[in-house]
Design a protein around this ligand. Structure first.
Ligand code: 5AD
Ligand code: SF4
Ligand code: FES
Length: 362
């Protein structure tokens, strides 16, 4: 049996090593976190980059079994920000030197939506002197749509795989044409081919999920050679089908610890990628995001959605910042990051170094 020290001295991990690291007790997991923090400082810097998150609309044509804004949840009040509201949020990010924004919606794919996003990208770039790094998180789309948005200046795209194990994927999604595992993989490949910085991620602590699945997820991310990752704990939502399995879930605190371990292991495996401290961590622990920063994450997504819409973008329970405004989140995160001892990379894009290295190699 290897010791934690000998595993952490390695430059990369086998599946068995990862399972060992995911099973560590308190003392050993702190060693894992320190090692991840060390790697982050060596390969990146002490800077944490902001992506101002605009939850543009909760309209969604999908029915993912875990998600509070699935089309089947009739309790949700649907909203769709106007272009002006999105522009105001983007300007807030620019004026406050956030460097980047991320636009997120449920999944809608039609010609109008594609064109609306094209138009918005133009408007945002004009209003902010082309100075913001724009990330999109708008679900599965055609190659052509991805290419059109890229041509309009979007540089990063987030599309979580949710689970890299096909069987588990189909426990989380209805098994129909609209929720196809292969399609998801093909979208990620297409984003990479077009030239985006590609981000993905998984949920952690799902019903039916084992440590083996989680180890496979990390190895899959390494194999796919992603540029960015955001992965957080699964937080059950009462108005979803997956809530029926709440009794077989591991406790929230364990899901939280597993999410931190996943972050730390990924940082050691993929030294120069961008890793986000996901908001879902803070749904479980008020200091969740700071803890992720201390074990390898280097990206944080302050919510800049206008306050009165925030309550309606509830993917899971206990989502933080619902009653706050963009400026509150800014001050709050500034104080929180300051406490971790890291700095905020104001006015910088904070692009994925892994992506630049990947492009140079090819
Ligand atoms: N718990 C945690 N994360 C969730 N997401 C959706 N629903 C939940 C939930 N109940 C995540 C998914 C999705 C992202 C936008 O939010 O991973 O990709
Ligand atoms: Fe829609 Fe995304 Fe929620 Fe699935 S996870 S229901 S695609 S918003
Ligand atoms: Fe939004 Fe703290 S980050 S209020």
């Amino acid at each position: 049996m290897k010791s934690i020290e000998s595993i952490l001295a390695q430059d990369t991990f086998s599946k068995e090593d990862i399972i060992y690291l995911l099973s560590t007790n308190v003392e050993d997991r702190n060693k894992l976190y320190s090692k991840a923090a060390e790697v982050k400082e060596k390969y990146l810097s002490r800077k944490i980059y902001f992506r101002g998150l605009i939850e543009m609309s909760n309209l969604c044509q999908k029915n993912c079994n875990y998600c509070g804004i699935r089309i089947g949840n009739s309790k949700v009040k649907r909203y769709n920000l106007s272009d002006d509201e999105v522009l105001e949020s983007a300007k807030f990010a620019w004026e406050n030197r956030y460097g980047s924004i991320a636009i997120q919606t449920g999944e809608v794919n039609n010609k109008n939506f594609t064109e609306r996003i094209e138009g918005l990208l133009d408007k945002i770039n004009r209003a902010t002197n082309n100075e913001l790094g724009i990330t999109l998180s708008l679900g599965e789309q055609s190659d052509d749509t991805y290419q059109r948005w890229f041509n309009k200046g979007a540089v990063r795209y987030l599309l979580r795989i949710e689970s890299s194990t096909q069987d588990l994927y189909y426990k989380l999604h209805p098994n129909n044409k609209n929720h196809n595992f292969e399609t998801r993989i093909n979208c990620l490949k297409s984003l990479k081919r077009i030239g985006y910085q590609v981000g993905t991620g998984v949920m952690i602590g799902l019903p039916f999920q084992t440590l083996e699945h989680l180890a496979d997820d990390l190895l899959w991310m390494q194999e796919f050679d992603v540029d960015m990752v955001g992965m957080g704990p699964y937080v059950e939502h009462p108005d979803t089908p997956l809530f029926d399995f709440k009794d077989i879930l591991i406790p929230q605190e364990e899901r939280f610890n597993l999410a931190l371990k996943m972050t730390a292991i990924l940082r050691i495996l993929m030294k120069d990628i961008n890793i986000a401290a996901p908001t879902a961590l803070q749904a479980i622990d008020p200091l969740g995001r700071e803890k992720a920063i201390k074990c390898g994450a280097n990206i944080i997504m302050p919510n800049i959605t206008p306050g009165y819409y925030r309550n309606d973008y509830k993917l899971y329970e206990n989502k933080p910042c619902l009653d706050d405004a963009a400026d509150d989140c800014k001050k709050c995160l500034e104080a929180r990051i300051h406490l971790t001892g890291y700095e905020i990379g104001y006015g910088e894009h904070g692009n994925s170094k892994h992506h630049s290295a990947r492009i140079e190699k090819s």
